[in-house]
Design a protein around this ligand. Structure first.
Ligand SMILES: Cc1cc2nc3c(=O)[nH]c(=O)nc-3n(C[C@H](O)[C@H](O)[C@H](O)COP(=O)(O)OP(=O)(O)OC[C@H]3O[C@@H](n4cnc5c(N)ncnc54)[C@H](O)[C@@H]3O)c2cc1C
Length: 401
């Protein structure tokens, strides 16, 4: 004899818990299943433990997808303001940092507690440590309103459900339970997958650059970084493995393997103009010491290799000035690759949105099957956009399951 629910959600993460509470508040009998031992593990990790849970400026322009219009409906029906109101109702203190990013002042665990409290109020059942073995479609020709449409086989028994929600997220950080389960379910029901790859992820370097830049490990500077399809200005961090920091995470989602990135180490002024001014006012000043006032010494020394760094600026030709300026404003690096899913914050690609309703999040050809959150081919920029997508898509699906 199978257990029976109106709504079964696989994945007790950000989108799954939000969807569960909403469905429960509508009077649905809801079960959330997860193979992990604890819910919301990525929520707890997010924003370095303080969760950058949304952004004040959410728009569809902050998302990457092969269907760029898809996210518009959900993010306009459940907005960052709606989530902020929920957070405020629970008395969770938060602060705004740069670029409209909102973080918890104390701990990301307060958000998870809030979602679990919502689920309790909505009488949602949550079963952890429950891997799903098989999903069987029970779709019949007649399909009356109250009959189950799916049978889920788990190690601890069978469960029937009318609505099945896949909220299993992306494949980054397998150590906290990420799996490609959602993609396999999509394939089982004939829904295509947009090829997946790691996003918001540090770059590794080619062996020669890695050796050369090793001494810079730990240095962080403001930088403008561009690749053929995007440009961002934020902090760049040199690590012992390669390049990281917010500007690299942002650009990594737009970068394609083999492409060169351009780094401007002095994004807020022209070095050529600075040098020309110094030639007029302090011609005896060394090239190196002019740059020491603007960037960390180790970085300056590495970028000045091959240039007359110790010459007085007054004796440096215009041509050399242009070349030195270019070494700092247009540093070209071809990354070796990325650190991959081990450290990526998100997965680019996923369940093809062209086969999912942007209003209900239900699969067009499979009544009762819903996909929400990161498992879909919707990936936000760094800055709270990914969690907002989880809240918005979870909330909207919760109104229709
Ligand atoms: C280190 C890190 C920091 C981040 N920081 C931020 C941030 O500050 N702001 C932001 O907006 N985004 C951030 N993100 C991204 C954000 O956490 C995710 O986009 C978001 O959690 C996705 O929500 P989701 O519900 O789709 O999936 P998840 O929250 O990942 O939940 C998926 C759930 O499904 C379960 N599951 C997976 N496979 C199976 C299976 N086979 N059977 C049963 N259950 C399964 C998992 O155990 C998990 O509980 C960060 C991500 C990482 C990794």
């Amino acid at each position: 004899m199978a257990d029976s629910f109106d709504v079964l959600i696989i994945g007790a993460g950000a989108s799954g818990l939000m969807c569960a509470a909403q469905a429960g508040f509508r009077g649905k009998k809801v079960l959330v299943l997860d193979h992990g031992s604890a819910p919301g593990r990525k929520i707890l990790m997010s924003g370095g433990g303080r969760s950058n849970f949304t952004n004040t400026q959410v728009s569809s322009g902050h998302y990457l997808s092969s269907n760029p219009h898809f996210c518009k409906s959900a993010i306009s029906r459940y907005t960052s303001r709606d989530f902020i109101d929920l957070v405020a109702r629970y008395g969770i203190s938060f602060e705004e940092r740069s670029h409209g990013q909102l973080f918890c002042v104390e701990s990301a665990s307060q958000l998870l507690d809030m979602l679990l409290a919502e689920c309790r109020q909505a009488k949602v059942n949550i079963r952890m440590d429950t891997p799903v073995e098989k999903i069987k479609s029970l779709l019949s020709q007649t399909d009356p309103e109250d009959t189950p449409r799916f049978r889920i086989h788990t190690g601890s028994g069978k469960i029937d459900t009318r609505s099945l929600v896949i909220a299993t997220g992306g494949v980054s950080i397998p150590g906290v339970g990420a799996t490609p389960f959602g993609y396999k379910v999509a394939e089982q029901f004939g829904i295509p997958i947009v090829p997946v790859r790691p996003g918001l992820v540090p770059f590794t370097l080619q062996p020669k650059d890695k050796k050369n830049l090793q001494p810079l490990s730990g240095i962080s500077v403001d930088a403008k970084v561009s690749c053929p399809s995007a440009v961002f200005t934020e902090k760049l961090l040199f690590t012992h493995r390669g390049l990281s920091g917010p500007v690299i995470l942002q650009i990594s989602s737009h970068w394609q393997p083999g492409q060169t990135i351009f780094i401007d180490l002095l994004p807020f002024g022209s070095l050529e103009e600075t040098f020309k001014k110094e030639q007029g006012t302090r011609p005896k000043k060394q090239v190196r010491s002019i740059l020491y006032g603007r960037l960390p010494k180790r970085l300056v020394d590495i970028r000045l290799q091959g240039f007359p760094a110790d010459r007085a600026i007054g004796s440096v030709s215009h041509d050399q000035i242009r070349q030195i300026a270019s070494a700092f404003h247009e540093w070209q690096i071809k990354p070796g690759g990325t650190e991959g899913n081990r450290t990526a914050e998100v997965t680019l690609g996923g369940v093809d949105c062209n086969h999912i309703s942007s209003k209900t999040l239900e699969a067009g050809d499979v009544p009762g099957l819903f996909f929400i959150g990161e498992v879909l081919d919707v990936t936000g920029w760094l800055g709270g956009y990914n969690l907002q997508w989880a809240w918005s898509s979870g909330y909207c699906a919760g109104q229709y399951v």
